[in-house]
Design a binder for this molecule. Structure first.
Ligand SMILES: O=C(O)CCC(=O)C(=O)O
Length: 344
């Protein structure tokens, strides 16, 4: 039976309609017209070149404005070499083009596994499935994980390791800039994350015969510190801004950065972790590759004391990231963000 295929990548060639387990209830379906419109709102584009020059404070101000008003921004001149990005995209596509039996060697439903291929979000907890397959990898420290990663395509480990190293450097620069934008010392967030963690997902959204009935990923906020997202040239990502979904047009050579729940906590609600979602379409495969920069599981997260005063009492209690991360995966994606469960 067609629905026996665990991955949408393999299911898609066997069906003409979306199977019932993917169909969203009426009132919770994507607005395809908005996606097809050629006019899309935009989120700020910030040139990071200025971070290393006398313009640093202007760039920091732009970051502050974007974090306060959007929770999202795009970056250009980010320092990750084009060739490294191109190899990452190429090897990711090659992975999803491998025969099913080869890909399935990496399959697991357990969200706590550090290397796994899976589908939807969390099959164990969700009621409706999503039109997405994903390969999720832990990648910091690299030497602890690289041996678990797929060895096919043959260049996979090398290409993904190089990409992860480069994106980590970028993440650390961004965390310094975000710390400064909050009036904290440059390495405040860096020091708050324990030994640090870094996960990467390769999201693969095959064309969908009825994209108006289902999501690639429904609305959710990210549980980590910051997310740095690379996408191919197919539109699909939407961000909630002032109660309205805005579509982000793919721009070559940019990354999309968003604030995760842990910055919302550290900033004591000055910056908000914003809901976003991914729509699918009936023509083209879409790929997105988010790097989730995160605390190590043992890191203790709390609002920065410098951002607490009589007018701004602490909004969150202290917790360890491990507890947070487990809650995120067990509760399913939801419009009520996980961070509300850690309110003071
Ligand atoms: O595909 C996208 O653009 C969004 C991906 C995303 O939000 C996620 O993987 O958490």
């Amino acid at each position: 039976m067609a629905t026996m295929k665990p991955l949408v990548t393999d299911l898609v060639s066997t069906i003409n309609h979306v199977p019932s387990n993917f169909i969203r209830p009426l009132g919770d379906r994507p607005d395809q017209l908005q996606l097809q419109s050629t006019i899309h709102d935009f989120i700020p584009i910030i040139d990071l070149q200025g971070l290393n020059s006398s313009n640093r404070s202007q760039v920091i101000q732009k970051i502050e404005h974007a974090c306060q008003n959007y929770g999202f921004f795009q970056i250009v001149n980010h320092g990750v070499p084009e060739g490294v990005v191109a190899n990452m995209m190429k090897v990711s596509k090659e992975f999803f083009n491998l025969p099913e039996s080869e890909r399935m060697k990496n399959y697991s439903d357990d969200p706590l596994k550090t290397t796994r291929l899976s589908t939807s979000f969390n099959l164990k907890t969700e009621k409706v499935s999503n039109w997405r397959d994903y390969l999720r990898l832990h990648c910091h420290p690299l030497e602890d994980y690289v041996h678990e990663w797929p060895s096919n395509p043959p260049s996979f480990r090398e290409d993904v390791a190089e990409y992860s190293k480069q994106v980590r450097k970028l993440a650390l620069r961004l965390l310094e800039a975000i710390s400064e934008s909050l009036g904290l010392e440059k390495n405040y967030i860096n020091k708050a994350l324990g030994k640090h963690g870094q996960h990467l997902a390769i999201n693969y959204y095959p064309p969908c015969p009825e994209p108006e009935l289902t999501y690639g990923l429904p609305a959710h906020a990210d549980p980590n510190v910051i997310t740095i997202l690379l996408q191919n040239d197919v539109v699909g990502l939407q961000v909630l801004k002032d109660g309205k979904w805005i579509t982000i047009n793919p721009v070559p050579n940019t990354f999309i950065v968003n604030i995760g729940d842990q910055i919302q906590v550290i900033s004591n609600d000055r910056y908000k972790s914003v809901l976003h979602r991914a729509l699918v379409n009936n023509e083209k495969e879409r790929m997105s590759i988010p790097t989730f920069y995160c605390p190590s599981p043992d890191a203790i997260i709390k609002p920065a004391p410098q951002l607490i005063d009589n007018d701004h009492p602490a909004q969150y209690k202290e917790f360890d990231y491990n507890e947070y991360y487990k809650k995120f995966w067990n509760r399913g994606l939801s419009k009520e963000t996980c961070v509300d469960m850690f309110k003071a």
